[in-house]
Write a protein that binds this ligand. Structure first.
Ligand code: ATP
Length: 356
């Protein structure tokens, strides 16, 4: 039995095979031929000579550009740690139109470059997108020969799952390059991290297990948000540890019933959704970053329907009645110098999508 992620020796063997004899007459062409990663066939002859004296097509796949959204948890219930070391979660993910972009281009070797707001983000195997490329390549039985260029707009370590979004986008981009069916991606995403599956799907979804088991929640309305970015990050692991400490000291039990939110969403007003926003991790985030309480107060003062820490924080999310109110709230918070920056966004929005 082959373990997921291990190279497939049968496939490797096939990849060393020579192209069919009838087409093996041009030595220069040999290096231009590419093995179809899934079907183990050599590319057919084609009309593009590309230095092959007209005998072969030089099938180099184009770059693939994927846009991927941030998430906010409309409900985040955190249960006890399970035997696998993960906390049990009952959460409602909601994708908003703050996007990172991942451009994947075939290259001689794996590389990763960053653009945009990417302070402190690694460019090596510590980056979740890099690990996504390695995992998918092993699954497909190909070398991870791809140049990844990530343009970041999702706040780093902000509780909006930016790293997970980049990993999901990398899976989608490289799957297109290496001909992996999209139906195989959710299992790989779940291997990479609890939050990596949702950005493949987008929209709004109930997440259970450790967040990777998803059920879409239909919504008819668009929600208008203001996000207040902080000038520091919160480590997700540290936020969970702080919650465990608080629970040992008698903090409120887990809110593992997301029914109030899933009932409000299908056709509820923003007011109805605002009334049931909930985050079990919020007290932990406030303990780690007490200034967030001022941010939440400022949002309430300037007319937000409700404010909540996004995931493990420190980004704060404010739900507004409509787009005008969101613009006014962002302007008021900017004028007061609350947080590092504000972003106006709406949701739900689709998951990782090819844009070029
Ligand atoms: P989550 O909401 O899933 O807990 P987050 O939004 O709080 O995550 P991320 O932006 O995903 O946090 O980053 C957390 C840490 O992961 C960063 O501090 C960074 O060191 C590391 N990291 C690895 N890959 C990436 C990536 N592609 N983008 C951002 N951070 C990354």
């Amino acid at each position: 039995m082959r373990i997921r992620g291990e190279r497939n020796p049968d496939r490797d063997e096939r990849s060393r095979e020579e192209p069919p004899a009838a087409t093996r007459t041009c030595r220069q062409a040999r290096s231009d031929l590419r093995l179809h990663p899934k079907r183990s066939q050599w590319c057919e002859r084609g009309s593009d000579p590309a230095g092959c004296h007209g005998r072969y097509s030089r099938r180099v796949p184009p770059s693939i550009r994927i846009r991927v959204p941030a998430k906010v948890n409309l409900h985040l219930g955190v249960g006890p740690v399970r035997a696998n070391g993960f906390h049990e979660l009952v959460t409602v993910f909601h994708a908003v139109d703050l996007f990172d972009e991942v451009l994947a281009t075939p290259a001689p070797a794996l590389s990763l470059t960053l653009r945009g707001s990417a302070d402190g983000v690694p460019t090596d195997s510590q980056n979740l997108a890099w690990r996504a490329a390695i995992l998918l390549a092993a699954h497909a039985g190909v070398s991870p020969d791809v140049a990844l260029e990530i343009t970041k707009a999702i706040p780093v370590a902000g509780g909006m799952a930016g790293g997970s979004a980049d990993a999901a986008a990398t899976l989608v981009a490289c799957a297109a390059l290496w001909d992996v069916p999209s139906s195989e991606l959710p299992a790989l995403a779940a291997e990479l991290g609890s939050d990596v599956t949702f950005p493949l799907l987008g929209g709004t979804a109930l997440g259970t297990g450790r967040g990777e088991i998803l059920r879409p929640v239909p919504m008819t309305q668009t929600l208008q948000w203001v996000f207040v970015l902080a000038d520091h990050g919160i480590s997700t692991a540290e936020a969970f540890r702080e919650l465990d400490r608080q629970r040992e000291a008698g903090a409120p039990p887990a809110a593992l019933d997301a029914a109030p939110m899933t009932a409000a969403l299908p056709d509820g007003s923003p007011h109805a959704v605002a009334a049931v926003l909930h985050n079990d991790l919020q007290p932990a985030a406030l303990a780690l970053a007490p200034a967030l309480a001022d941010t939440l107060r400022a949002g309430a003062k300037h007319g937000a329907l409700a404010g909540i820490v996004s995931g493990s924080g420190p980004t704060c999310a404010f739900l507004c009645a409509d787009a005008d109110d969101a613009a006014k709230l962002a302007a008021a918070l900017d004028a007061d110098g609350v947080g590092r920056a504000t972003r106006v966004a709406s949701g739900p929005t689709p998951g990782a999508t090819r844009v070029g």
